[in-house]
Design a protein. Sequence first.
Length: 116
Amino acid sequence: MSLEPRRGYQGTNLVDILDRILDKGLVVAGDVRISLANVELLTIRIRLLICSIDKAEQIGLNWWRYDRSLVAQEDSEAIITRLEQRIAELERQLALAPSSPTPPARPPTPSRSRKR
């Protein structure tokens, strides 16, 4: 006789469930409506899609590629570096440019003496 516990049923573990959800996708949808005396005051529509990035791209969802807050930092750093180089070049050109002549001073306006 064996002392190991016998498994009567083969349960699904969390990893299998998560793998299936990410592979196939899961959609949760719901509406919340608040009404008072048959007058609708508020409607909230909730749509939630849980899936892998591969599945999302397969069904045509790729908003994260164009969201500025999610763009790779390397792109932002390259832009910043390019702008800093441009600023340095413009400052160098300003330093080498001949100084502009100061505008001629206006001749003093003659003051008119008042007769008393």
